[in-house]
Write a protein that binds this ligand. Structure first.
Ligand SMILES: Nc1ncnc2c1ncn2[C@@H]1O[C@H](COP(=O)(O)OP(=O)(O)O)[C@@H](O)[C@H]1O
Ligand SMILES: [Mg+2]
Length: 337
């Protein structure tokens, strides 16, 4: 990941105000009473995770908020086991609304959302929440206990585990999010990025197999963004956690995500790999987004300065190879790629 090494800054304290007490109370009621164990995918012989079964299938014909705002329409997508998928869209495009529907929090829509083949509207909340967990954009809407341990332990306690199992789950979850040693720390004194990690730990301690994350890198500094994305990549690759994240961070996407759905004005306008989704700057500005900066530069050099690049790279590493290749082809390069 040579692109990452270039970033020098550190993840640190942006604090936020405002506590979504309603959301917190609702989350408190979400925990399941039945014991649940972390499920890890079995690797295929080749070491590649099985990606065959569809976990979430979403078909939303239309959803309107009570004030008449049509937030989603014609949304069709499928999330397979073990995938790391992005929902990419500008502010107000419907990302948060869509995640809430995938988590069964909003049911008043036309269409259907299936979790493991069953309509979420026919499932009891605890049947949804033992598999799917939503991490809110603002950690202060999710965290509520005085200390890290108490917050992460809240789910396992409500699931009825014995004290030792609770401690194990909390410790493992804190290790997973690289926050060992913070158990006794006051939530209040954590940095914004650390709070986001504790939110994720709280869901991992309950053993969620599918994590839905609403703008997990929002509010983090550049190194914090990469650390968060590396953490999520690790959970996905090593723990087999299926991840869906809403984001508008176009520069991060090609480095980490398998597949993308692009949302604009409540509808999916494009889906596919980052290479398939990031095409021309005009297509992106039409949906109030842009290409990754490096892609924009190469695109302009190709189309405005007629430099014959074969493809538009999406990362610094790819761009470096493409530039050296093009220079060499023109007899101007000497270095090794
Ligand atoms: N509670 C609400 N009542 C009315 N309109 C809402 C509500 N929440 C969101 N919206 C509207 O729904 C649309 C999608 O919002 P949202 O899902 O929050 O988008 P995003 O997360 O992509 O920024 C926006 O037009 C927003 O103003
Ligand atoms: Mg949002």
């Amino acid at each position: 990941m040579e692109d990452l090494k270039r970033t020098q800054s550190t993840e640190d304290g942006i604090t936020t105000q405002g506590h979504g007490e309603t959301e917190k109370r609702r989350l408190c009621h979400r925990v399941t009473a039945s014991p649940h164990h972390r499920v890890v995918l079995h690797p295929l012989g080749s070491g590649v995770w099985a990606l065959d079964s569809v976990r979430l299938s979403v078909k939303i014909d239309s959803f309107k908020y009570p004030d008449g705002t049509i937030a989603l329409s014609d949304v069709n997508l499928k999330i397979k086991k073990g995938e790391f998928v992005g929902i990419l869209g500008s502010n107000g495009s419907g990302k948060t609304t869509l995640l809430k529907m995938m988590d069964g929090l909003m049911k008043d829509f036309e269409g259907n959302v299936h979790l493991d083949g069953v309509d979420v509207r026919k499932l009891y909340p605890k049947e949804i929440y033992k598999k799917v967990g939503l991490v809110f954009q603002n950690p202060d809407d999710q965290l509520f206990a005085p200390t890290v341990f108490e917050d992460v332990a809240f789910g396992p306690i409500n699931m009825g585990f014995a004290e030792k199992e609770i401690a194990n789950r909390v410790n493992n979850a804190l290790k997973d999010v690289e926050m060992e040693g913070y158990a006794k720390k006051s939530i209040h004194n954590l940095s914004f990025g650390q709070k986001k990690r504790i939110c994720i730990a709280g869901l991992l301690a309950m053993g969620h197999e599918i994590l839905l994350l609403d703008e997990p890198t929002a509010g983090l500094d550049p190194m914090g963004e990469y650390k968060m994305m590396n953490l999520l990549t690790g959970l996905n690759k090593e723990r087999g956690v299926t991840i869906v994240m809403a984001t508008h961070s176009v520069d991060l996407v090609p480095l980490f995500l398998h597949r993308l759905y692009m949302l604009s004005k409540g509808s999916i306008v494009r889906g596919g790999t980052p290479e398939e989704v990031f095409t021309a700057p005009e297509d992106m500005s039409n949906v109030k987004l842009r290409l990754p900066e490096i892609a924009e530069l190469i695109y302009r050099l190709k189309h405005e300065d007629n430099i014959p690049f074969e493809k538009i790279p999406l990362t610094i590493g790819e761009a470096r190879r493409e530039i050296v290749k093009t220079l060499k082809a023109q007899g101007k390069g000497g270095g090794r790629i």
